[in-house]
Design a protein around this ligand. Structure first.
Ligand code: ADP
Ligand code: MG
Length: 274
């Protein structure tokens, strides 16, 4: 009888559970069998198990970060049609998706454009890419987050609530202009912006230019102070295109099925060179 057959497998599993090594627990029996069959040195067996645990932990961490990010489903960079937003550079967006340059120094991204132009899609897609690249992100409709912060202020917990949001390298505040007048007056949004300034990044989408931001904050001075902090280190993307939905609907009506850019490109484009 070999040593491995005399080992109490159930006890091994109990110990692995106790030690919180679910990655090893899932594969040890299979790898032990392979190791026995192929006569691995003991060190190689141990290394293979450790490797599994590492990979599994990385995967689980990203799964957790994806769940906490609350991103709208199905919005990815792969499904974002950059050709319909010619003023936005795909290369620039791809560079933002790595996160390294801007998230490390707490810089911001501001996305402007009329409704339906793809602001929410692009910001969610960026958020997803950043989570996949190991960053922590949270996506929120601005008015929902402001409501949460207002409740925190009432409970004298605003500061600690804002501090807890520090765990996110990036907060995506979608539709900042939907903040209502009574939300503006509590100025919790300003406190959030001031607290994150030069430390933690914000990605803000707005369908109103700065000139119309008066109702988002309590008064003119606060509006200017907020804008000043947001733009100090910021990439500003203007998405001045007509509603994607509307264009798609129009193209369908004309019988082309897809916006003209898709249809012609798909027909004439040569297969990928590489
Ligand atoms: P906004 O937030 O600017 O109002 P959305 O991001 O909600 O616009 O876009 C409206 C709809 O059109 C969404 O379903 C979105 O996925 C889609 N959409 C917008 N722009 C694009 C694009 N360039 N490529 C693919 N889908 C797009
Ligand atoms: Mg939107």
């Amino acid at each position: 009888m070999t040593t491995s057959t005399t080992i109490d497998a159930a006890r091994v599993e109990l110990m692995l559970t106790e030690l919180r090594l679910p990655g090893i627990k899932a594969v040890w029996a299979r790898i032990a069998e392979q190791s026995d069959k192929e006569g691995w040195p003991a060190a190689r067996f141990l290394a293979a198990l450790a490797e599994h645990e590492m990979v599994d932990r990385g995967r689980r961490r990203i799964e957790r970060h994806l769940a906490e990010a609350r991103l709208p489903a199905g919005k990815t960079l792969a499904t974002f049609d950059f050709q319909s937003v010619p003023m936005v550079s795909k290369a620039q967006v791809m560079a933002l998706a790595s996160g390294d340059v801007w998230l490390k120094k707490g810089a911001n991204v501001l996305l402007f454009g009329p409704p339906g132009g793809g602001k929410s899609h692009l910001s969610a897609a960026l958020g997803l890419a950043l989570v996949e690249n190991g960053w922590r992100v949270m996506f929120a409709r601005t008015s929902d987050l402001v409501q949460r912060l207002q409740i925190a202020r009432r409970e004298l917990a605003l500061e600690s609530t804002i501090r807890k949001l520090d765990r996110y390298d990036l907060l995506i505040l979608d539709d900042i202009a939907y903040v209502t007048k009574d939300q503006a007056e509590t100025s919790v949004l300003f406190e959030l912006i001031a607290a994150r300034y030069e430390r933690r990044s914000l990605l803000i989408t707005a369908n109103q230019p700065f000139g119309e931001w008066g109702k988002i904050f309590a008064d003119q001075a606060m509006t200017l102070a907020a804008i000043d902090r947001l733009v100090h280190h910021a990439t500003i993307l203007e998405m001045n295109v007509e509603s994607y939905r509307r264009r798609e609907a129009l193209e369908t009506k004309r019988g082309r099925g897809r916006p003209a850019t898709h249809a012609t490109i798909k027909k004439t484009e040569k297969p990928d060179a590489d």
